[in-house]
Design a protein around this ligand. Structure first.
Ligand code: B12
Length: 222
């Protein structure tokens, strides 16, 4: 069983979606995350183990390599695609509650800002690490964040901004969130954002990359 799970982890790490996928070249012709996840379920592997000991292990390796500049955006996107293909087979078990996620994470690019490449990468990495992600999209105003937090009680929040002109909206949004739901934890990121800015606006955590965010979220688990 552990051999099957480590093969699944490897498919996620290297972005091997299924047998037909030509990427990565060194795994051409081999089965991928799709077939292996199906096989694991058929062989009776517990779905929770497929998630935590297979898929999440691979995703964490990608996250660390991305942070260390050992892989780049396209490789992360292939890993995320392999992950989401495998997740299709696990979806029914999420719905029955047989597979539990760690918690909820609401993310959006802030008001005035349409950049979503970084936000999407963050979403995929957080989801790939076992969290349910509620993606509000781009140009998201404070009231939409607040409504989502009220709807998804206990959810963590992520604000993304790529413009110096929109990062200032993070302050407004963070204040609105803290006013409405004082216990809500707000994380911030995006190219112009840094730790000092995060502290200045009263947000709870900053990370320059998705892996740092995942690590922060994991420290918040009870
Ligand atoms: C692609 C791009 C666009 C695309 C966006 C497409 C899309 N779907 O996202 C388009 C063409 C639409 C665009 C438009 C504009 N852009 Co633009 N764009 C870029 C570009 C080239 C890349 C941004 C990107 O995707 N980076 C890759 C991702 C992976 O990195 P990232 O977003 O930083 O995310 C990482 C981290 O920051 C972190 N992260 C991100 N979000 C979060 C959130 C949390 C919670 C956490 C923890 C971490 C985190 O994790 C991610 C992965 O590591 C940058 C220049 C550059 N090289 O960065 C300019 C850039 C951001 N754009 C710029 C500008 C000025 C604009 C425009 C105003 C141009 C114009 N005059 O119309 C418009 C603004 C439109 C708007 N209202 O938003 C400027 C911003 C300058 C500034 N300092 O404010 C830049 C820096 C270009 C430049 N050098 O001038 N842009």
């Amino acid at each position: 069983m552990s051999d099957l799970l480590s093969k699944i982890a490897e498919c996620i790490e290297f972005g091997k979606i299924n047998k037909a996928a030509p990427f990565p070249p060194q795994m051409k012709g081999l089965v991928g995350a799709d077939e292996l996840t199906k096989l694991a379920l058929e062989e009776g592997v517990i779905p929770q183990d497929i998630l935590t000991k297979g898929l999440m292990v691979g995703m964490e390796k990608v996250g660390v390599k991305f942070r260390e500049n050992k892989v780049f955006v396209p490789q992360v996107l292939m890993s995320a695609k392999a992950m989401s293909t495998a997740m299709v087979h696990l979806k029914p078990y999420f719905l029955t509650g047989e597979v539990k996620q760690k918690g909820k994470f609401i993310i959006g690019t802030v008001e005035g800002d349409l950049h979503d490449i970084g936000k999407n990468l963050v979403s995929m990495m957080v989801e790939g690490n076992g969290w349910e992600v509620i993606d509000l999209g781009t140009d998201v105003k404070a009231d939409r964040f607040v409504a989502a937090i009220k709807e998804h009680k206990g959810a963590f929040v992520g604000l993304s901004a790529l413009l110096t002109t929109t990062m200032v909206n993070m302050e407004k949004i963070t204040k609105a969130i803290k006013n409405a739901v004082p216990e809500a934890k707000v994380t911030v990121g995006g190219a112009p954002v840094n730790k000092d800015f995060c502290e200045k606006i009263g947000a709870d955590a900053y990370s320059p990359d998705p892996q740092g965010l995942v690590e922060y979220l994991n420290t918040q688990l009870n």
